[in-house]
Ligand binder design. Structure first.
Ligand SMILES: CC(=O)N[C@H]1[C@@H](OP(=O)(O)O)O[C@H](CO)[C@@H](O)[C@@H]1O
Ligand SMILES: [Mg+2]
Length: 638
């Protein structure tokens, strides 16, 4: 049980003896004479007891820091009878689907919405446990992104706003597949013990919930709430219909003690965008005609949110189509995934849009691609995630170079920021060549932003994108700290200088671009600002390099887990013989490249092929797809 405390602010920091009016000091007078100081990361009782605490924290951290907390715990890594019976009771209302094995996959659990209630309920429990473990706010998002409208899914946002730590994925799988309430409770007890979770600790679990526009979202949200409230004292906060990146942003903001509402999100995006626009070099604005942007909202949540955001901006002129309000179906013939994979115009676009700058969001607005409508056959010129990555990388590199221009200043004012870019095997080979030619360090990870994000976070500035348009730019805390100080210094010494503007631009980028996860809305605003900055039309941007023709195919197989890959998914290690057969096909095509991997979001094997002509890419893709079918398809012996 939590003891009631009488909090009141006091005026002096007992640790550093400074006046605590500054933002860095939070002094809390609690019960006896506990004084807590965030700057020093210490809690101190006048009796002399000191306890080390984590530095990140809002109120929960303060609670955890109190020397009284141990008396509030009924046990670490244990579960009392009340908790056990609550879990048994609620879980009996959510029987798992029979004969289905669920896996956390590339981006959480996804399946036909009709079988997901039990999974979402269990992920609610998982989210609450994660919150207890990390003593932080956790996010739970109900979405199946680009999948068809009858599907749904659920995933967790960790305290940083990123994806659930991969260490917990096996537990997520075990929970989702537990056969009955007893099995479920046994797994939870074991896990709580292993992870040393303060089961009824002083900090209550807190989970922010979001969902996309799918009709099944409402009932699944209720299941998530039931799961969360199956952990005694846990709090579920319904943030409403959101884009996936908005929820991730909110979780991150909450855990950093910042304002975290949707209004705050829009405010941050629009003000940093305006800042970038104010810093556009004289004379580089593109003409009125080029100012118009047409956006396909995939009939999902992104279109609706973009419509709200654009009201806070003076430019560009944004025409949102497929906002979901005109009766179209989510992701049906629309959206970034459709446009990128099929390379045709989405519904609602046609000959009258030829030559205009168009963009497409996916169903939960964490992906963004641009495109140009071609005059014939509903075909498009795709400007994909690789080109967005290239545009961002060029801009960041240019601003860093300006910032580090050596004037007459001392060398210790410079910070040689390490800039890196991260791609997956789906990146077009031409993009990788281009990036390397720009002198950039290019790294590869398996598919899924959880991998790319982790790698990008190793740099001072890490830019990652999947070809499908999911990506962002990460700035390290250390670099941002230096940049802010440098910006202040330059502003006082030489406001309006090129160096000062470069520092301000980079700071604005770090605020505009979502630091938690790839975000189509913030990505779109950054693309728009950079195009204006460069004075580039979409045609000039698209001409940075010429994509190698490629083809993506899906193959239905008996068991997709039968394919095991290595080397960032470029080599099949199981079943034996398949890679050799693929190699033999590739060898027939100049500059041919092809790989296969099981999808983590759909029950299929994905085939990718690239070659010097579209016919060659199609033919290579088809041959490899036939091989997959031969080895693993319904007619195969395996
Ligand atoms: C080829 C492709 O586009 N794969 C997508 C897709 O994953 P699969 O595991 O390939 O189904 O969905 C993921 C989540 O949105 C995304 O991260 C990934 O890039
Ligand atoms: Mg998505």
């Amino acid at each position: 049980m939590l003891m009631r405390r009488d909090w009141s602010m006091v005026n002096r920091c007992n640790i550093c003896k400074e006046n605590e009016e500054s933002a860095n000091h939070i002094l809390i007078h609690c019960g006896a004479s506990l004084v807590f100081n965030l700057t020093h990361g210490l809690a101190k009782l006048t009796g002399g007891i000191k306890r080390k605490v984590e530095h990140k924290s809002p109120l929960e951290r303060l609670l955890a820091a109190t020397p009284l907390a141990p008396f509030c715990l009924s046990g670490v890594g244990t579960m009392n009878e009340e908790q056990r019976s609550l879990l048994l009771k609620t879980s009996s209302r959510f029987p798992p689907p029979q004969g289905v094995k669920l896996s956390y996959g590339t981006a959480g659990f996804r399946a036909d919405a009709s079988i997901l209630e039990s999974t979402v309920y269990r992920v609610g429990i998982l989210a609450a446990l994660r919150s207890l473990k990390t003593k932080s706010v956790i996010g739970l998002m109900i979405t199946a992104s680009h999948n068809k409208v009858s599907d749904n899914g659920v995933k967790i946002a960790d305290p940083s706003g990123g994806m659930l730590t991969q260490n917990w994925e096996p537990f997520a799988d075990a929970l989702a597949n537990a056969s009955d309430p007893e099995d479920l409770v046994r797994l939870i007890i074991e896990f709580v013990k292993k992870e040393n979770i303060h089961f009824e600790g002083a900090c209550p679990a807190e989970v922010l919930l979001g969902r996309d526009t799918r009709p099944s979202g409402g009932s699944l949200l209720e299941a998530a709430k039931q799961g969360i409230s199956s952990i005694v004292g846990a709090i579920a906060l319904d943030m409403g219909v959101l884009t996936t990146p908005q929820l991730h942003w909110m979780v991150r903001a909450r855990n950093k003690g910042m304002k975290a509402s949707e209004v705050d999100y829009f405010e941050q995006l629009s003000s940093s965008f305006r800042c970038l626009m104010d810093l556009i070099p004289e004379g580089s604005k593109i003409n009125e005609m080029g100012d118009k942007l047409i956006v396909d909202g995939a009939n999902g949540v992104g279109g609706e949110k973009l419509a709200g955001l654009k009201n806070m901006l003076n430019s560009p002129v944004i025409d949102v189509r497929n906002s979901g309000k005109e009766g179209g179906v989510l992701n049906e013939g629309v959206g970034a995934d459709y446009v990128q994979k099929e390379k045709v115009v989405p519904v609602g676009f046609g000959p009258s849009d030829v030559g205009l700058r168009c963009a497409s969001l996916d169903g939960d607005a964490d992906r963004l691609v641009y495109f140009l409508v071609l005059p014939k056959d509903n075909k498009i010129d795709l400007v994909d995630g690789d080109k967005i990555l290239s545009l961002f990388a060029l801009f960041v590199k240019e601003q860093l170079a300006i910032l580090n221009t050596n004037g007459n200043e001392k060398i210790n004012n410079y910070y040689h920021a390490c800039l890196g870019v991260v791609q997956t095997a789906y990146a077009n080979g031409a993009s990788t060549d281009y990036l390397k030619k720009q002198g950039l360090e290019v790294l590869f990870t398996p598919t899924g932003v959880k991998y790319l994000h982790e790698k990008a976070a190793e740099f001072d500035i890490g830019i990652y994108f999947e070809a499908n348009g999911h990506g962002t730019i990460l700035f390290s805390e250390e670099f941002l700290c230096w940049l802010e100080a440098r910006d202040n210094e330059l502003s006082s010494m030489s406001k309006g200088s090129e160096q000062q503007k470069a520092a301000s631009r980079l700071l604005a980028v770090s605020k505009l671009i979502n630091q938690a996860v790839g975000d189509a809305l913030s990505g779109l605003l950054l693309v728009e600002a950079i195009l204006q900055h460069m004075g580039w039309s979409i045609h000039i941007w698209n001409a940075l390099y010429q994509d190698l023709p490629s083809r993506q195919l899906k193959v239905k197989v008996v068991d997709r887990t039968a394919i095991v890959t290595a080397n960032a998914e470029t080599v099949v290690v199981k079943p034996p013989g398949l890679q050799e057969a693929i190699n033999a096909e590739i060898a027939k095509y100049p500059q041919g490249r092809s790989f296969v991997r099981p999808s983590g979001t759909e029950d299929i094997i994905r085939v990718y092929a690239e070659a010097t002509t579209q016919d060659a890419a199609d033919s290579l893709g088809n041959s490899v797809a036939r091989l997959v079918d031969k080895f693993l398809g319904f007619g195969s012996s395996s």
